[in-house]
Design a protein around this ligand. Sequence first.
Ligand SMILES: [Zn+2]
Length: 462
Amino acid sequence: MDTVLSYIESNKERYLRELTDLLAIPSVSTNKENVQDMQRCAQWVADQMRSIGLQNVQIFPTAGHPIVYSEWLGAAGKPTVLLYGHYDVQPVEPLELWTSPPFQATVRGDNLYARGAADDKGQVFLHLKSIEAFLRNGGVLPVNIKMLIEGEEEIGSEHLEKFVADKKDLLKADLVLISDSSMFARGVPSICYGLRGLAYMQIDLVGPNRDLHSGSFGGTVHNPIQALTEIIAQLHDKHGRVTIPGFYREVLPLTKKERAAYKRLPWSDKKYAKDLGVKQLYGEKGFTTLERVWARPTLECNGIWGGFTGEGAKTVLPSRASAKVSMRLVPNQRSTKVGKLFESYIKRIAPKTVSVTVRTIHGGEPAITPIDSPGVQAAVAALEKGFGKNPLYQREGGSIPIVVQFKQLLGLDTVLLGFGLPDENSHAPDEFLDLNNFYCGIKTSAHFFNELPHFMAARRKP
Ligand SMILES: [Zn+2]
């Protein structure tokens, strides 16, 4: 390990130059005019893989942008890590808000500024460099590696699911490693082990068969807008809990260890409320803010419409009213089941004065990799060594659909080892990667590969 680490230390400048080359390719997956650049970027990644000693390097065409694959399977009897990332980036507009050109990586202070620096080229590249450090110093890795780098993450990974389903044998592994997320804060390495899912619904209410004059008809029929808001007002109780019967039945309770871990994170409700411009925070009673956003399910009305919303006045008693409602789900809730509970509850509480339709717009499942699992424990040990600091545990309130696909299609848990920062401007002008996270990230990656076999072996022992 010492040779590997000193190799990393003495090659920092070259790493930065190479990453700058990768960041210079405008691989904006959503732009038609960048189709050739997408090909060029896939080729760059494949060439890089070959040059550091990865084998079976292949560029798989898809109906969209290509997927790059490679492997190193020389560690017989050792675990196999499936490393996923993406080489495509978000568009750069508005250009005038960039301090330096988005495809000319520029160092300012402790940061490297460029589109894709953090999301996700920089984070893919740091793993390539740790793999290189092993293969150039002794020629072996402590684990087997399979790398899967796609070009359509920023446009919904449209062709990835089919690829993974078709290539189950090729992608066989023990766990998935993804570096495409952020740490809790600068200087606070953290490991994300849980994601929320989603059930997105629409409610449509119809009252009278046409819009009515509120003077001639007001007082005779139930206004659908009023009926709809009456329904929505019943979806939470006075403790901020969702009232749908059975909604919390499958919810995995927070463990003592988790609650203690969240308390250690640097956090201030006051600061958070001030930043959001609200006088007071709101949410389910009995849980802290971080617990509510990471480990508790929620229900939000995302939009509501009906009647007259133009300028001036129109005394209409509308025929229809609608709302979009989304529910964030936590392990072990299932989106279809929660969707059904929602639908039957809405139908039950809807007044007889209107007719109601409920439909599902889309859904996604929550995911969790237990904190005592060998993958998470290896990541914790790696962060500790790579950053010289005890990492903290966190979850994420949002979703990463690919994590659920890997679980469903390959049966694999994912370790999310993020080296970005919450304020890194991914998807915005002046995206940057903290250079300390970049260099410590390379070392952390090396430590992760080195530690994983020990934690996996310890798990196997009775
Ligand atoms: Zn990303």
